[in-house]
Design a binder for this molecule. Structure first.
Ligand code: GDD
Ligand code: MN
Length: 364
């Protein structure tokens, strides 16, 4: 059997003293398992002589090379650059400071090479994972940061700096190196099967040598990055769906008012105005949902439009039906109860609309 080659990408800035730990650590374990590999140390021209330390190791560990970067410095750009230089069939990223257990590297590899996953994540929040020696402050920040990203991905540890991918996941994906959280960027924008993300539990150890480079600027950066990821087509579809639905409702009401003003407000006028404004709102929602909410531009637009309209009509019917049951059969007509009924009906109808859109009209 032809074995997949692993490219281990290690971004570094002032990690000289960690090189004699991480390079032998990773190399021995991969050699022991007979996994073909290369190690790319992506160093931002560290003043402490990180690259020299790598060169000194390279006679014993010829699979390792150091690439010294002088432009566009930073963690994410260094990782992206690593992807450009990598020659393997699977790319793995890990920190230089021994925070990520080298013993888990083979598991991360096998999750893709053997089990056929597209992405594997060294996860602190998967069952069996954890964090050692982290101060409370860091834990709180980390919890807050992952919570904000929750709607973007089902991965439990999207902030991890330890993960592996098939090259096809990132090839052609519009990844931006500015975002600090590169895994999150990959999870939102990458090309992969969402069921093929494997979380390998790890215990994250705080570094013993050197200092963390993540300061408060990183937090601000992260928040800006999050905004962009939430706006990216196809991410957090339920939020986008609600937003689009809200704008559609405004169009519906606005157009209805305008049509009634043009036509008058007899019973027929109302029916015509209502139908036109409903159709306009459905079309408006359709366009935004197709291109933005679900990023379903690859499917046939005509088929999607018909299905989406059917879903909207069904939801519309359910709305009337439920209101009829509530008001006429159950006799709900007092003020606060009527509002409660209406809210309940809107929630149910929204869920029907959403499920019909996601699982049927815009199904990929
Ligand atoms: N090339 C390059 N350029 N590498 C960098 C830079 C840079 O500007 N800044 C940091 N690195 C390297 C470090 O040398 C280290 O190997 C790795 O990136 C992580 O940096 P740390 O400073 O050790 O980060 P951390 O321990 O605070 O954060 C880690 O854990 C977080 C999880 O909470 C990282 O893995 C984060 O990505 C992760 O989110
Ligand atoms: Mn660290």
């Amino acid at each position: 059997m032809n074995k997949d080659k692993l490219s281990v990408i290690i971004p570094t800035y002032n990690e000289r003293d960690n090189m004699p730990l991480i390079i032998p650590g990773v190399s021995e374990i991969l050699r022991g398992k007979g996994i073909p590999f290369e190690i790319l140390v992506m160093d931002d021209d560290s003043p402490d002589g990180t690259s020299k330390a790598v060169d000194e190791l390279s006679s014993s560990y010829p699979e390792t090379r150091c690439i010294v970067r002088k432009d566009n410095r930073g963690l994410s750009p260094a990782v992206m650059d690593g992807y450009e230089h990598a020659t393997g069939d699977i790319y793995l990223v890990m920190d230089a400071d021994m925070s990520h257990p080298v013993t888990k590297v083979p598991d991360m590899y096998y999750a893709i090479a053997k089990d056929g996953n597209d992405i594997s994540v060294g996860s602190r929040h998967a069952k069996g994972g954890g964090i050692e020696n982290w101060p409370l402050k860091r834990k709180i920040i980390s919890f807050g940061a992952s919570s904000l990203a929750r709607p973007l991905t089902s991965c439990k540890d999207p902030m991890a700096g330890f993960f592996a991918v098939r090259p096809s996941v990132i090839e052609g994906a519009p990844l931006k190196a500015k975002g600090y959280k590169i895994l999150l960027e990959v999870l939102v924008k990458g090309n992969y099967d969402h069921k093929k993300v494997k979380e390998v539990p790890i215990t994250f150890k705080d570094r013993e040598v050197g200092e963390s480079k993540l300061g408060s600027k990183v937090i601000l950066n992260y928040l800006q990055h999050l905004v962009k990821l939430y706006l990216f087509p196809g991410s957090a579809p339920f939020f986008k769906f609600l937003f689009v639905g809200g704008t559609g409702m405004l169009i519906d009401l606005g157009l209805l008012t305008f049509m009634l003003y043009l036509l008058g407000d007899g019973k027929n006028d109302y029916l015509i105005s209502q139908s036109i404004s409903f159709a306009a709102a459905v079309s408006w929602n359709f366009i935004w949902n197709r291109f933005w909410t679900f990023d379903a531009r690859k499917g046939s637009a005509g088929g999607q439009y018909i299905k989406f309209s059917i879903v909207a009509l069904i939801a519309f019917g359910v709305r009337f039906g439920l209101t009829y049951v509530g008001v006429d059969l159950l006799g709900i007509d007092e003020q606060p109860l009527y509002q409660v009924l209406t809210i309940g009906v809107i929630v149910i109808v929204t869920v029907i609309n959403y499920i019909g859109s996601k699982l049927w009209a815009f199904k990929k």
